[in-house]
Write a new protein. Structure first.
Length: 392
């Protein structure tokens, strides 16, 4: 197999990835450590501050800003006072926990990407994206905390009720995927012509139902090429970015679409069943945490479903990910190789498939052979050199 990079290029690619690997290793150790320190030193003072702010809002400030009806409704749903304190506590906790990550995020997401010629976006755009992402997170966190703790305060059966609801919500969320990226980048329908005709023919051959083929305009932000399918059934959208259209030949574009079509046709029954079971066990374990924390009066907790258990839940979740990621990563890499094989069979054009992978690796500066531990820790795609060798 012809090497993807020259020696000089490979050295540059390795220089790009080295700090990412180092930080990933560091974060595995520091993440839980920071959480433990916060459990020990931050939870109690943060709660007393949140409780003061939240109570003040519930008992007076809400009425002053014209939100008394909303506050009354929230109190009914929550079955008593304390909902605002819970929201303030969870928000402040995550702001503090995420504070360390802000400079890291800016360095990796902006400085490092620019230094290696991968990013094109202006700093203002980068900050605006960060802010948008953060706002989405805050809204989701508020809904989750209010929903989870509010339901748990009402019934000890909350964990399986929420588990079933979450499984259904995941289906809805997948259907909405095509619209999520529009918060950040512009998408336009791929105009009629030779390329569109051939993509549609390929998808028909694969029996893939879809709504549209769109171009995502990312060239002003990044040099990276990208193709993905978003949504499911009638909402499924074939997304190709403008850099991919500009860099790849028609046959290479078809190869990447054929790979994605392989994901549509893979059986998801086992993975859906598996993730639903894991979710149920996780939620059940949270209910145990609720009871233990009340029995043992952790952080001054007296009743189950107290929001002060949230940092413990986060620690529990982070530990679970550390154990779960290698497993889900291994399954994911298996699916990627299967999608490669499917794609080659669909187009019957292995050379175009290999040159597509090579170009993607070169433009996106993929590490052809990442360290073994990085793979085991749970990367979603097999090393690109392996994929090219198998396509050979
Ligand atoms: Zn894939």
């Amino acid at each position: 197999v012809e090497p993807i990079f020259t020696a000089t290029e490979l050295a540059e690619v390795k220089t790009y990835h080295a700090p990412k690997y180092a930080y990933s290793m560091l974060n595995t150790i520091l993440g839980p450590l920071v959480l433990l320190l916060m459990l020990r030193f931050v939870v109690r003072p943060l709660w007393s501050l949140s409780n003061r702010l939240g109570s003040a809002f519930e008992t007076g400030a809400a009425a002053r800003v014209g939100l008394q009806r909303l506050a009354a409704a929230a109190e009914t749903l929550w079955r008593g006072p304390g909902w605002a304190s819970a929201l303030v506590f969870s928000l402040l906790f995550f702001e503090l926990y995420g504070l360390v990550d802000v400079p890291v995020e800016i360095w990796f997401g902006y400085v490092h990407e620019h230094a290696h010629g991968l990013a094109r976006m202006a700093f203002g755009t980068f900050l605006l994206d960060m802010l948008k992402g953060h706002l989405v997170f805050v809204v989701a966190l508020g809904a989750l905390v209010f929903g989870l703790f509010g339901l748990a305060r009402r019934t000890p059966h909350w964990w399986w009720l929420l588990g079933v609801a979450a499984a259904m919500l995941m289906v809805v969320s997948t259907a909405l995927d095509p619209f999520r990226n529009r918060l950040y980048v512009e998408q336009t329908s791929l105009e009629p012509g030779e390329l569109r005709k051939r993509i549609v023919a390929l998808l028909n051959k694969a029996g893939v139902e879809f709504r549209d083929v769109v171009i995502e305009h990312t060239a002003s932000r990044t040099v990276r090429v990208q193709a993905y399918f978003a949504g499911t059934g009638v909402t499924r959208t074939i997304v190709l970015n403008d850099s991919l259209i500009a860099t790849f030949s028609t046959d290479e574009i078809l190869a990447s679409v054929a790979h994605e079509a392989g994901h549509v046709n893979e059986s998801r029954v086992l993975s859906r069943l598996g993730s639903s079971c894991v979710l149920l066990v996780f939620l059940w374990a949270i209910e145990r945490l609720f009871r233990w924390s009340a029995t043992h009066r952790w952080f001054g907790i007296q009743n189950r479903a107290d929001v002060r258990t949230l940092p413990l839940i986060v620690l529990f979740f982070a530990t679970g990910l550390l154990v779960g990621n290698p497993v889900s990563g291994a399954f994911s890499r298996q699916r990627e190789l299967a999608a490669d094989q499917y794609g080659i069979r669909l187009t019957g054009d292995a050379p175009a498939f290999r040159s597509m992978l090579r170009k993607a690796a070169r433009v996106n500066k993929m590490d052809p052979d990442p360290p073994r531990w990085v793979v085991i820790k749970g990367i979603s795609h097999p090393p690109i050199a392996q994929r090219i060798a198998l396509a050979q």
